[in-house]
Design a binder for this molecule. Structure first.
Ligand code: ADP
Ligand code: MG
Length: 230
């Protein structure tokens, strides 16, 4: 356990450093955006360039803000949220990585889903970890399906991440969530451990089904706080 503690200490030091870097990026970024607004376009071509630069700077700003949101250690703070909204913003965050890997992300989110009481940043961190694993498992492209549904009589709603990746053998399946269990060269094996911990703290549970060579389905159940309003 001593070794484990040292390792998680190191991780949080790296996380703090990364959050610090993201924070430092924000100030020069604001200056860049400001001065760009002062630039007068002398031609239509220049106008287009300035628009593209402004849009791309906005994108950097969005990513930096999202990054700060998930990397900062925060006290648990429960609020009423729709899971669909959290899924959407997570998808937006990971879309570039998906495109790069020729992966299509398809969402099927019931718009009448009841709300859940959750720590939005933590749930987002779970969705990011699970989605990143799915993208990393689909080295040759494919489809990542994200479904969220709720049966009227249930006290839980379900969010399902279905990938067409490499899959996990039945021998390795029980090992998931163990700290530092990773099959990736640059993996940490901490992602799923954190996910299990967060979902448990929310009174929910996470179930992983997989078939080697076919794909993996991660199902997350979260207790609902209200009944659906049509
Ligand atoms: P890491 O991603 O750093 O390896 P994780 O805790 O996120 O750590 O995942 C642990 C291991 O579980 C991964 O190394 C991989 O072998 C396996 N795994 C998790 N999700 C998937 C998935 N969607 N498809 C295939 N394997 C997966
Ligand atoms: Mg991972």
């Amino acid at each position: 356990t001593q070794e484990l503690l040292i390792k998680s200490d190191k991780l949080s030091a790296v996380g703090q450093l990364a959050a610090g870097v993201a924070h430092e990026i924000r100030n020069p970024l604001t200056a860049l955006k400001g001065f760009l607004k002062l630039l007068g376009a002398r031609s239509d071509k220049e106008k287009t360039y300035i628009e593209i630069m402004d849009k791309e700077l906005g994108r950097i700003e969005f990513i930096v803000n999202e990054f700060l949101l998930v990397s900062k250690p925060q006290a648990t703070h429960f609020v009423e949220r729709t899971v669909g909204g959290i899924v959407q913003s997570t998808v937006e965050l990971l879309q570039p990585q998906a495109l790069m890997n020729k992966i299509e992300i398809v969402t099927d989110l019931d718009p009448t889903l009841p709300t859940v009481s959750c720590d939005e940043h933590q749930i987002k961190q779970v969705f990011i970890n699970v989605m990143k694993n799915a993208l990393e498992a689909m080295a040759h492209g494919g489809t990542l399906r994200i479904e969220a549904c709720h049966l009227p009589q249930d006290k839980q709603l379900k969010v399902r991440f279905v990938d067409q990746g490499c899959g996990i053998s039945s021998e390795r399946l029980p090992k998931l969530g163990e700290p530092f269990y990773s099959t990736k060269e640059k993996g940490t094996g901490l992602g799923l451990m954190v996910c299990y911990r967060i979902i448990e703290a929310h009174g929910g549970f996470m179930d992983i089904q997989s078939k080697l060579g076919e794909g993996t389905t991660v199902e997350i159940s979260l207790p609902i706080t209200s009944t659906a309003v049509a």
